[in-house]
Write a protein that binds this ligand. Structure first.
Ligand code: UD1
Length: 352
């Protein structure tokens, strides 16, 4: 049985690693790793392969950056001949990035079966490019692997038959659990005892100059009470420079490798973010998370975990931060099946 895995952007790497590892033990499964090249900087891609022990890609489509239409189309055009030549039995796609929907669409048109890892998540906000990617990919997939019950409910509401849905748990947490000991051992020279760890890269937060300016202003206010450590996505860095904004009081860093970031996250006083994966990781770690978004496709991190949606309201951020600093942060628990074995459960379904 020939199984393809598609990765392209940073959050995919943490998701593919445990599934590939689990499938390695199945003798009859031959795995092929395809990297679309959506992310290409060493610190957005290569370093994750090393730390997560992912084999080098068998195929690299090297698409690079562009508009949504251009990038999606380019991935499709470059992926189609690979699929026609190698004829896999199943293609596993991960998460909600452009690489995910582009390759799922090519497979569906050529009659190749698709499995979607991290299916069923919905923010119900179609201004988010990822929401479009999630909706489309789930309609095209033959096997839908969900991380939590809300995923199953969303899929069934959209008419996906129950027999296609497999609640397997959260693959990101598989990677987290594997590397947490190394992350905790990692020496964090020069970091203060208490700090807010910030990440920011959603187009809705960083692509508009007045919105980004307001968020940076709120973070500067935070930094009066608590050091702010801010590993910045290349997109965000570029916008700060393009808009001529200032963020000198924030400790702006380059994007960090997985182990270093996880270590920093596990010791943070609070995490302030607009990332999806970080909402989940902080819930697992029990670290308070203030999310700079009006909605989340991961509602379980709010209902069960440590996540609070503060939107773009500086007052709400201030209020929630003061709760954290007063030792009154929300306490959470770890959702079911976020146990480090999601990859094995996916492998069991795939191998059948
Ligand atoms: C993508 C995903 C997003 C995910 C994020 C994680 C989509 C629609 N978005 O957003 O869901 O949360 O990855 O990082 O797929 N760039 C570099 N170097 C790189 C990659 C990107 O400098 O290696 C810069 C380029 O200027 C590029 C911009 O970042 O235009 C945006 O990259 P892109 O892949 O289009 O989207 P992300 O914002 O990274």
């Amino acid at each position: 049985m020939n199984v393809f895995h598609i990765v392209g952007a940073r959050p995919n790497f943490m998701k593919v690693a445990p599934v590939m590892r689990a499938l390695k033990t199945r003798q009859h499964v031959v795995q092929t790793l395809v990297h679309t090249g959506q992310h290409y900087d060493a610190n957005m891609s290569d370093v994750f392969f090393e730390q997560l022990d992912i084999p080098a890609p068998d195929v690299n489509l090297a698409v690079g950056s562009g508009t949504h239409a251009w990038q999606t189309a380019e991935i499709m055009t470059r992926f189609e001949p690979v699929l026609l030549e190698r004829k896999p039995d199943l293609v596993l796609v991960y998460g909600d990035v452009n690489s995910t929907v582009a390759t799922a669409l090519v497979c569906a048109k050529l009659g190749v079966r698709v499995g979607h890892v991290e299916a069923g998540l919905r923010s119900f906000d179609r201004t988010m490019p990822e929401e479009i990617n999630r909706l489309m990919t789930d309609q095209l997939a033959d096997l839908l692997f969900t991380p939590s019950e809300d995923g199953d409910i969303n899929l069934q509401r959209e008419g996906i038959p129950a027999e296609k849905i497999f609640r397997v748990g959260n693959v990101m947490i598989d990677s987290l659990r594997k590397l947490l000991p190394a992350a905790r051992d990692h020496n964090q020279n020069g970091l203060p005892e208490r700090y807010a760890l910030v990440t920011l890269h959603r187009p809705a937060n960083v692509d508009d100059s007045s919105t980004l300016k307001r968020i940076l202003q709120s973070l500067l206010e935070v930094s009066q009470d608590l050091a702010v450590v801010f590993p910045a996505h290349p997109r965000t860095r570029k916008r700060i420079a393009d808009f001529g904004l200032h963020a000198e009081q924030l400790r702006l860093l380059d994007p960090l490798p997985y182990v270093e970031f996880l270590g920093m996250q596990s010791r943070a006083t609070v995490v302030i973010t607009d990332s999806g994966g970080i909402q989940e990781e902080s819930t697992y770690l029990g670290i308070p998370c203030l999310t700079l978004r009006e909605n989340t496709e991961r509602p379980i991190t709010v209902s069960m975990g440590t996540n609070v949606l503060v939107g773009r309201d500086p007052g709400k951020l201030r209020l929630e931060l003061s709760r954290v600093l007063a030792g009154q942060a929300k306490k959470g628990s770890i959702p079911p099946l976020w146990d480090g074995h999601a990859g094995e459960r996916i492998a069991a379904v795939v191998a059948e």
